[in-house]
Design a protein around this ligand. Structure first.
Ligand code: CA
Length: 363
């Protein structure tokens, strides 16, 4: 009896010791995790010092360093500084760098359906895109689309509604678009070609010279702030709106999946919340800078800020629907994202009509 009592006490104390060791063990793991530092590299598709976008990415990295108390530091490289701008997605996918910043339609050649996560012609504006991505299933779908590439996407910035572009002649009807050489990329370019135009692919650095020398007749770029900074008002005088081809381009943070998985939960939360904060901040800054630059452009002589004729826009919209339907018919992956996008977009339109649009229509 006494013997088995001692055995019981011994077994109990062994159990208590084991529990204590396990606890201190997990404390040790936590302590090691919380003292471990991560030094990451991030590449972007933007030129060095590019206002709002490259600056926003640098602010994102600075904020993460502060919030993590130096446990996660991110060295940011602009396009061309470490790798060519348009290799950003591949570099993140292959784990050459941990993070990237750009926009999903840059990878349309590799992932055509990714375009819905940046912007499609006559698509949703920033409001609708944020609602879809964060709360309407869009982000989950986006992550599924990037999963085979081992890339984790986050929305991080929005251009707002872009401008239609700079033209060296007036656009009064669809006939004025026939044969027009315009720098307009992506799906917008495909629609423009269907309308009889001649879309030209040019990097941002070449746009001004091409327009100024009449190598092209027209170009789109971004909004008043970036367009004026590029000097486009000196190369053409008709500045058209609205930017039907890019109504609210979402910018993306991409994180290599393995790198993401290696982060402890608290650092993951810091990264995803910093991305969400920067999503709002870049958009807000873009809006403020565009409104100020619009006023400056209005004050310049010899510039006409003009609305595209309604019938031209209506025709471009019909051609957009055709273009998207054709792409969907040829590509089941594209079709799947297109259908999800359209379903959300219909709800968004119905709500917008009696909220924002109805309010803004008050004279
Ligand atoms: Ca653009």
């Amino acid at each position: 009896m006494k013997h088995s009592f001692i055995l019981l006490i011994t077994a109990f104390s062994l159990f208590v010791t084991a529990c204590n060791e396990e606890q201190s063990g997990s404390r040790t793991v936590q302590a090691v995790e919380s003292s471990k530092t991560y030094n990451w590299k991030m590449v972007t598709t933007w030129p060095p010092g590019f206002p709002v976008l490259q600056e926003g990415v640098e602010r994102f990295a600075d904020n993460i360093k502060i919030m993590s108390n130096g446990r996660l530091t991110i060295k940011v490289y602009a396009g061309g500084e470490l790798i060519p701008a348009l290799q950003t997605f591949d570099a993140v996918s292959q784990g050459m760098v941990e993070m990237g910043h750009g926009s999903a339609y840059y990878w349309a050649g590799k992932v055509p359906e990714a375009q819905f996560f940046s912007s499609v012609p006559f698509g949703m504006t920033a409001r609708g895109m944020n609602a879809w991505l964060y709360d309407g299933g869009g982000l989950e779908l986006w992550r599924e689309v990037y999963k085979p590439f081992h890339v984790m996407p986050f929305p991080m910035g929005n251009s707002g509604v872009q401008m239609g572009g700079w033209f060296n002649k007036e656009i009064n009807s669809l006939d004025d678009i026939k044969g027009l050489k315009m720098r307009i990329p992506g799906l917008g370019g495909k629609v423009f070609a269907k309308a009889g135009g001649n879309p030209i692919l040019l990097a941002g650095s070449e746009v001004y010279t091409a327009l100024e020398r009449n190598t092209i007749d027209a170009t789109e770029w971004l909004g008043p702030f970036h367009d004026q900074r590029l000097g486009l008002h000196r190369a053409a005088k008709h500045y058209y709106y609205p930017g039907w081809h890019e109504p609210g381009t979402v910018l993306e943070l991409t994180v290599n999946q393995r790198a993401w998985d290696s982060l402890p939960k608290d650092l993951q939360a810091i990264v995803s919340n910093a991305a969400m904060a920067e999503n709002l901040r870049m958009f807000s800054e873009m809006e403020q800078k565009n409104m100020a630059a619009l006023q400056q452009l209005k004050d310049r002589p010899n510039i006409q800020i003009q609305h595209f004729p309604d019938d031209v826009l209506a025709k471009l919209k019909t051609l957009t629907d055709q273009t998207l339907a054709e792409e969907a018919a040829n590509n089941p992956k594209f079709k799947r994202v297109y259908e999800a996008y359209q379903a959300f977009r219909l709800q968004n339109d119905a709500w917008s009509d009696i909220s924002e649009n109805a309010y803004l229509a008050i004279e």
